[in-house]
Design a protein around this ligand. Structure first.
Ligand SMILES: Nc1ncnc2c1ncn2[C@@H]1O[C@H](COP(=O)(O)OP(=O)(O)O)[C@@H](O)[C@H]1O
Ligand SMILES: O=C(CO)[C@H](O)[C@H](O)COP(=O)(O)O
Length: 383
């Protein structure tokens, strides 16, 4: 899969999909992307020096080097962290490369629009080691030889510059169309849900199962894949499991999911006990790169099978929320759902029963809506 080409093609086809009559009103653009999806670029040409490292890719070879420099259980002390990807590349390829820069998926796509190479946001930069509380990279990271690759970091929803003139004139966007720093996909989903009080949480049921709980306390423990993103003066505590929709899509089409779900009685507990994963490796609430998928025994009935999978995913979600409480986060009171799984009302009812909490579909379930709110906020604060 040529990810680089597909992401860039998708960006410009989306821009081209904006209705002509709405284009003069596009005053600000931001992008959310999968967290820790990492691209190493030539800082002179902007050309990728290596294939991208995807969000759930693990680089265990780098983990001992990262653990040797970072504080115990720091967010970067996970094989899937951006820092492990950077160190792995540096140890295998990078030492010979002088002019390189690291960007995350959202940063790299935004660069095509504003043209200033090397700018990120403190959500995307968390997993390379940026400290959003200090608003700087820590000294133990800046003292490393590869620190010269680290991007500059701004708050999410900060204007970086105006849309490049050539793109602006071709598309017919306004002269003052701003391009702003973005965020990660599960934070964008949280923003889209407009949950503003501590104790409110958003579970993103997309390809993965990502949890964000608004907390007054910052929690970080790589032993369980738990970290905190900054949201203004509060913290979004959580993590991302490798369970989720990507596992469902391996087994059922969206239409099958919809039809089979109609026959599930959500008030009846499924006796099936799975750990649904696409492949070996789990990030949260168990951080185990060797954890194997468990999706057997498969019953004759696909309705029972799907019920067992959805209930098992709900048990993982419940374990995640109780772990956050054990680690000192604000007690969860209500869960909003974002992502493709939010449309499944039977799953919502299964989750309410297993979590023992009110679970509601967010009014806006698309993460992109949250990115648009960031762009709006940036434009309003820049006037
Ligand atoms: N009715 C449904 N019930 C549960 N999951 C669903 C349903 N329809 C789609 N999905 C899942 O939603 C996922 C897509 O959601 P989406 O938020 O677009 O994911 P992402 O943005 O991570 O790619 C797919 O993996 C699919 O399996
Ligand atoms: O699973 C993912 C992709 O869907 C990402 O890892 C997800 O974005 C979680 O990372 P973060 O908490 O940093 O947003």
């Amino acid at each position: 899969m040529d990810w680089i080409r597909s992401w860039k093609t998708t960006l410009f086809s989306l821009l081209g999909d904006v209705p002509i009559d709405l284009r003069p009103f596009i005053s600000s653009i931001s992008i959310d992307g999968t967290s820790a999806t990492t691209i190493i670029l030539d800082s002179n040409t902007g050309e990728p020096l290596w294939r991208p490292f995807l969000y759930n890719e693990s680089c265990p070879d780098a983990l001992p080097f990262v653990k040797a420099i970072a504080p115990a259980n720091h967010t970067v002390c996970s094989g899937t962290s951006t820092l492990c990807k950077l160190v792995s590349w540096w140890n295998n390829e990078g030492a010979s490369k002088k002019s390189a820069v690291l960007l995350h998926q959202a940063d790299w796509l935004l660069w095509f629009l504003h043209g200033k190479l090397g700018v990120s946001d403190y959500n995307n930069a968390l997993k390379v080691g940026y400290d959003p509380e200090l608003e700087s990279y820590p000294s133990w990271l800046l003292s490393q030889p590869y620190s010269e690759l680290l991007p500059s970091v701004k708050a999410p929803g900060t204007v970086i510059g105006l849309l490049k003139e050539a793109i602006r004139t071709e598309l017919g966007f306004p002269k003052d169309c701003a391009v702003c720093t973005g965020t990660t996909d599960s934070i964008a989903a949280f923003l889209a849900a407009r949950a503003t009080e501590p104790g409110k949480a958003v579970t993103s049921l997309g390809s993965t199962l990502a949890i964000k709980l608004l907390s007054t306390s910052r929690i970080e423990d790589a032993r369980f894949g738990v970290y905190s993103h900054r949201l203004d003066d509060k913290w979004l505590v959580g993590g991302a499991s490798n369970t989720g929709g990507a596992v469902l899509r391996q087994i059922f089409t969206d239409e099958q999911l919809q039809k089979l779900s109609e026959h599930i009685n959500p008030m009846e507990a499924s006796p099936l006990d799975y750990y649904p994963l696409k492949a070996a490796g789990e990030r949260f609430p168990v951080a185990d790169p060797k954890m194997l998928p468990r999706l057997n025994p498969r019953p004759q009935s696909d309705v029972e099978y799907l019920h067992g999978i959805l209930e098992s995913m709900a048990r993982i979600e419940a374990k995640a929320y109780s772990l956050l409480k054990e680690l000192g986060a604000t007690q969860v009171e209500e869960v909003f759902t974002a992502g493709g799984g939010a449309k499944n009302e039977k799953w919502t009812k299964i989750r309410e029963r297993v979590l023992g909490l009110p679970v509601r579909r967010a009014t806006q379930t698309e993460a992109a809506y949250g990115a648009a709110l960031l762009a709006l906020k940036a434009k309003q604060s820049n006037i």
